[in-house]
Design a protein around this ligand. Structure first.
Ligand code: SIN
Ligand code: FE
Length: 285
């Protein structure tokens, strides 16, 4: 697990091929890659724009913006900011992850204007605790979750993260607490509207792993981990389904999620899907 600095200083110019480093579980850190906020976007920089606890979101497929109380011209401004970031992030991954060209699906983008430190929430939603990402309502069916983040804090404050152990030892540590769903569970969750598509066995195990990590105070304290501050004006990209992470402080961040089929990887045996399949001794999709 490493945070590797990359010199890349443009969202749109050809860069180094970073696939191998990403697949090794590195956080690709772009210290020279700020995302430019326009002067007229300043009014968006307040937690008061949120109608939900954590973030405002943008769906590139429909162009719809959600999670905000803003209306009219300010809402359009927010949409423009998120749409611009979404395009930038898509361009960046296209340039530095050539093996994934045409295979990455651009999912939602988000703007996170709330201070992370001291936010009161349930342990399950508390991202100041180490976890791997898993979506309760939107199963990924084994696909990888790749996220691009940009710290756009206007006061120059860092976003503080902790990064934990590698996925294989993590999965081994919790393997005995992860139980396979019973037959019919996926259909039931779908029927009562808990999920938008059937939750695969893989998704069920990943959700349990997310929860078992977060609720275990001892693990949070003693797990191998390093703290890292991403300065304002920097960008990073990481497989958040694999890399154990926690955001402990910071305010104002942009994020774009991509989904990647496991067979698009150069080393798919390193994917959480294949690692969990080996541990459980059966197919999970
Ligand atoms: C997370 O994905 O857990 C939060 C990352 C962040 O908001 O910095
Ligand atoms: Fe996360």
């Amino acid at each position: 697990m490493a945070i590797t600095p990359v010199g890349q200083a443009s969202w749109t110019a050809e860069g180094e091929d970073l696939v191998a480093r990403l697949e090794r579980g590195d956080v690709l850190f772009f210290p020279n890659l700020p995302f430019a906020v326009e002067p007229d976007e300043a009014p968006l920089f307040s937690p008061d724009i949120l109608s939900s606890a954590k973030n405002a979101s943008f769906d590139p497929a429909s162009g719809r913006t959600g999670g905000t109380t803003l209306e009219g011209a300010d809402r359009e401004r927010l949409s423009r900011l998120l749409s611009r970031f979404s395009h930038r992030a898509a361009s960046l991954v296209d340039l530095v992850l050539p093996a994934y060209r045409g295979r990455l699906q651009r999912a939602r983008a988000s703007f996170r204007p709330a201070e992370v430190a001291g936010r009161t929430t349930s342990w399950r939603k508390d991202d100041t605790r180490l976890h791997v990402d898993s979506f309760p309502a939107s199963p990924v069916q084994g696909r990888r979750i790749l996220r691009v983040f940009s710290n756009v804090n206007p006061e120059g404050r860092a976003r503080s993260w902790r990064v934990g152990e590698e996925f294989e030892p993590l999965a081994r540590r919790f393997a005995t607490c992860l139980s396979l769903p019973w037959p019919g569970q996926a259909a039931l969750l779908r029927a009562i509207g808990v999920t938008k598509s059937p939750r695969s066995a893989y998704d069920a195990l990943m959700l349990q792993l997310h929860d078992r990590m977060k609720e275990d105070e001892g693990y949070q304290q003693t797990a191998p981990q390093v703290a890292f501050d991403f300065p304002s004006g920097t960008t990073w990209a990481v497989f958040t389904d694999e890399v154990s992470h926690a955001a402990t402080a910071g305010q104002y961040q942009l994020e774009q999620t991509f989904l990647l089929p496991v067979d698009a990887m150069l080393a798919s045996d390193r994917s959480p899907l294949r690692i969990l399949e080996r541990l459980k001794g059966r197919a999970l999709i």
